[in-house]
Design a protein around this ligand. Sequence first.
Ligand SMILES: Nc1ncnc2c1ncn2[C@@H]1O[C@H](COP(=O)(O)OP(=O)(O)OP(=O)(O)O)[C@@H](O)[C@H]1O
Length: 294
Amino acid sequence: MLSIHQLTRAYGDKTVLDAVSFEVRPGRMTGFVGANGAGKTTTMRMIVGVLAPTAGDVRWNGAPLSTEQRRSFGYMPEERGLYPGQKVLDQLIFFGQLHGMTRDEARDRAQSLLARLGLTERENDLLETLSLGNQQRVQIAASLIHRPTALILDEPFSGLDPIAVDAMVALLRDEVTPEMPVLFSSHQLDLVERLCDDLVILSGGRLVAAGSVEELQSSQDETYRIRYADGADAGALRDLPGLRVLDADGSTALVALDSVRPEQALVAAQAVAPVTEFARVVRPLSQIFREATS
Ligand SMILES: Nc1ncnc2c1ncn2[C@@H]1O[C@H](COP(=O)(O)OP(=O)(O)OP(=O)(O)O)[C@@H](O)[C@H]1O
């Protein structure tokens, strides 16, 4: 388990990350979201040790992270970190060797990763001759080469087309072991919703929400969609006690249940007109995000 504990970073008198604590659980994909400048990159850089915290620390199974443990992490930095003028395969072998692999081990592993990313034919090409999407695939291979104990990925999917995203997601799903915590930042909320098990939301350098997606979706008021047979006006629900109509359009309404149970709400709604649909609405991540950061 990777724990971020009261992590704080200031530049001069400006605090850009303010006592942020959360956990990245093993074997789960944790999405890290927040508006531009919220502090995601700052947090990730402190986790992998390329930036020192002003206060707080990062823990591994409860104890402060050692340099050795940090070195075993896989990191995909926002600014990327490959050498444009070097051949793809040589570069991956080099990163593997930096992590203590032999040349042969690193070559085998690199070739297997490149094959799974559809890049075998490009292994002897210079990185700079690859499209940006393919360069990003090589970058993810570089973060995985040494079979890391944890993965910290800063915007791994930005700028990728849907096919490249799917290839990368498939690779990640194969590579993430039950012991491995994975933290990835993204501005693509639809993608985060599809991929992540847990979610951490930052706003202005502070933690505003953290937990499993289900927890976050159910921690708010319960929302139901009520649909009447054609002709009935769902606006009539506004007169019922204990319900709050969030939106009404013709015969359909979205309601929050403030002080009634779902079965009571259904009985009350049926008394107005025959109900053809009564369904719990799971709030999309985009809505949770908007509410958490507004
Ligand atoms: N070297 C620095 N000196 C001063 N301020 C900095 C420095 N590096 C980052 N910041 C500030 O820290 C804040 C957090 O930046 P950070 O890059 O961590 O945000 P982010 O959530 O990753 O944003 P984005 O989604 O745009 O990448 C921003 O206000 C940024 O301007």
